[in-house]
Design a protein around this ligand. Structure first.
Ligand code: GLN
Length: 604
């Protein structure tokens, strides 16, 4: 894995920017001057849990102000949005991180500057008492996916020299924003700033935000989507203090820096970035960290507002009944009805993560289909996630569609937590809405509707003679009688296995009454066959059975043993040739259907 293009680029950045020794170590916290100015680590963590590491990616340093973003998120999540939002503003201050100034209503401008962060930590002290730091440390550890600790020396050093933060805290207390003791809040705040992390940790913490609040390494859900979006929003508007506007314009990735030399940046749904290099510029940001973010963003075009998504790709396949059919094989008269009504049903197979724009497109396609179709099937089986907005828009569109004469079946929604409960609630309200577990089942139901509404009839329980079997088409009555005489009558009850996969194939079965299903051992249905059709005819070509066959109803068949058929072939060469041709024709029809299906899936 050493030659991944992203890693190659990180190596290039590392090589180039490590030459840059401009900037200075933070010295207002004396202990921070002990950092090695040469250290430089870059990590990119992806939302599927892969970490690209370059340079000093595992060197520990103190998190400092980067903690502000995560503690704010934890406050929103655990203390509650209302309390947090009434205590701290979300407006950029345009000032340095340590500005001793509040907004017009005497609240901190935002949670990314010291005033807002100290107020936020104060909320933990108020609600958590003595446990406040423990809660914060555990929360930060959940983002990092490993237990973190704090650097006692840096903590003591900042506590000894942190008068500016004391001034801010007293100002907050004067205005009732900070309701606990100044020393209590600052003891927690200074510890929180002294938590030790590595560039690798930061990238995973950022990737947890990128992954909608789920830590991609541990799978733990740390934040709700509401909190993720709010946290990223203040990171983008204020995470880089008085450089935030420039940062948003040039880099366009929500980020947060710390005077320890770290930077985190989160590109939603894509990646988390963690950088460490302790030489700082005049804004208090890592010089090489800023350079790396700028280079990454411009080289790979990562600006958040630069989107390439195309909503049309969410429909993986769109077809009618000419393109897909259920696995239930139809008798010729039924198939003729389906062929004549191919356009009556629209099938949309969706794929990927469905957002608002995607659903707007899907619902338009559904509404358009009303003019030619009476049925629409939407398959969500390959949808990985659906946003709340998209689910709501689908619900609203179905209300309109229900007024028209279109029956909509939604299938494969069970794995989508946000959608499946909503579907159940719509079912009670939307008259022509149905749900199905699987696409095949949904198509079969629509085919049944079309066939029987059009006067098709059900020959399931009629006895069909050997002469009507497709495999024996074109044989003389005498020949079919000979075959009938060579066959044994068999009867099966519903649920009985007729053929077992992997057994030696010794016969061909002609179904004369009832319905059977061919299934894989996993239970997946390959085909459903009815009277007039043959099972096990592959015995003419293969030595072993390829799947199980089960009786769905009471089934009568005629079983022709292969050795009897061998005798027939010797005495009736012409009829046998006809049977082989019929078999070839049946297989060729199956191949045509399979190819159409593959085509519908691979071109849309
Ligand atoms: N502990 C530092 C302070 O409050 C954090 C500042 C920063 O990283 N920008 O001064």
């Amino acid at each position: 894995m050493s030659d991944l293009p992203l890693l190659r680029f990180l190596r290039q950045c590392h090589g180039e920017f490590s030459q840059n020794s401009t900037g200075a170590l933070a010295d207002y916290i004396p202990e921070l001057t002990k950092a090695d100015p040469a250290h430089f680590g870059i990590c990119v963590a992806t939302v599927d849990g892969y970490v690209h590491e370059m340079g000093d990616s595992r060197v520990p340093f103190t998190i400092q102000s980067i903690s502000k973003a995560f503690v704010f998120a934890m406050a929103l999540e655990t203390i509650g949005a209302e309390k947090v939002e009434t205590t701290i503003g979300v407006e950029p201050s345009g000032e340095a991180f340590n500005s001793i100034r509040l907004n017009g209503t005497n609240r901190p401008f935002n949670p990314m500057v010291n005033a807002g962060a100290i107020a936020c930590t104060g909320l933990f002290c108020e609600s958590g008492g003595d446990d406040a730091f423990e809660r914060i440390l555990q929360g930060l550890s959940r983002f990092a996916g490993r237990p973190l600790d704090y650097d006692r020396a840096v903590f003591e050093s900042e506590r000894a020299t942190g008068d500016r933060n004391r001034a801010i805290a007293y100002l907050l207390r004067t205005h009732g924003v900070l309701r606990c003791e100044v020393d209590t809040a600052l003891a927690v705040y200074f510890r929180q700033c002294a938590v030790q992390v590595t560039a690798r940790d930061l990238s995973i913490m950022a990737a947890t935000l990128a992954n909608n609040g789920v830590n991609p390494m541990t799978g733990e859900t740390v934040l709700s989507p509401y909190v993720v979006a709010r946290t990223l929003s203040v990171m983008l508007s204020s995470g880089m203090y008085d450089y935030a506007g420039e940062w948003g314009y040039r880099v366009g990735i929500p980020a947060k820096s710390g005077v320890g030399g770290g930077i985190v940046a989160t590109l939603p749904a894509q990646l988390g970035l963690g950088i460490y290099s302790p030489l700082l510029n005049g804004h208090g940001h890592s010089v090489r960290g800023v350079q790396t973010c700028e280079a990454l963003s411009s080289h790979f075009d990562l600006h958040l507002l630069n989107r390439v998504a195309d909503v049309r790709t969410c429909v993986a396949a769109a077809c009618d009944l000419g393109g897909v059919s259920s696995r239930r094989n139809r008798q010729p008269a039924e198939q003729a009805i389906l062929d004549a009504h191919q356009t009556s049903c629209v099938v949309l197979e969706l794929v990927g993560a469905i957002g608002f724009g995607d659903m707007e497109y899907i619902s338009r396609r559904l509404i358009e289909s009303q003019s030619r179709a009476t049925h629409a099937i939407v398959d969500f089986r390959r949808v990985s996630a659906i946003s709340k907005a998209a689910a709501r828009l689908l619900g609203d569109s179905l209300d309109g569609i229900a007024a028209a004469d279109l029956t909509v079946t939604l299938c494969g929604t069970a794995h989508l937590a946000g959608l499946s409960a909503a579907v159940d609630s719509w079912l009670g309200r939307v008259p022509r809405l149905r749900k199905a577990a699987r696409l095949d089942e949904a198509i079969e139901w629509v085919e049944d509707q079309i066939i029987y509404l059009d006067g098709g009839y059900d020959r399931l329980h009629e006895q069909i003679t050997l002469g009507e079997q497709s495999l024996l088409e074109g044989l003389s009555a005498a020949d079919t009688e000979t075959l009938a005489a060579m066959s044994d009558r068999r009867h099966f009850e519903p649920g009985e296995r007729i053929i077992a996969a992997n057994e030696v194939a010794r016969s061909i079965l002609f179904i004369s009454r009832g319905m059977v299903s061919v299934k894989l051992p996993s239970g997946v249905r390959l085909a459903t066959l009815v009277a007039g059709m043959t099972v096990g005819e592959m015995a003419l070509l293969e030595t072993h059975r390829s799947a199980d066959v089960w009786a769905d109803t009471r089934v009568d068949c005629l079983e022709l043993p292969l050795d009897a058929y061998a005798r027939f072939r010797a005495s009736h060469p012409q009829a046998s040739e006809r049977i082989v041709l019929n078999l070839a024709a049946l297989l060729s029809r199956k191949l045509i259907v399979a190819n159409r299906k593959i085509d519908a899936l691979t071109s849309s």
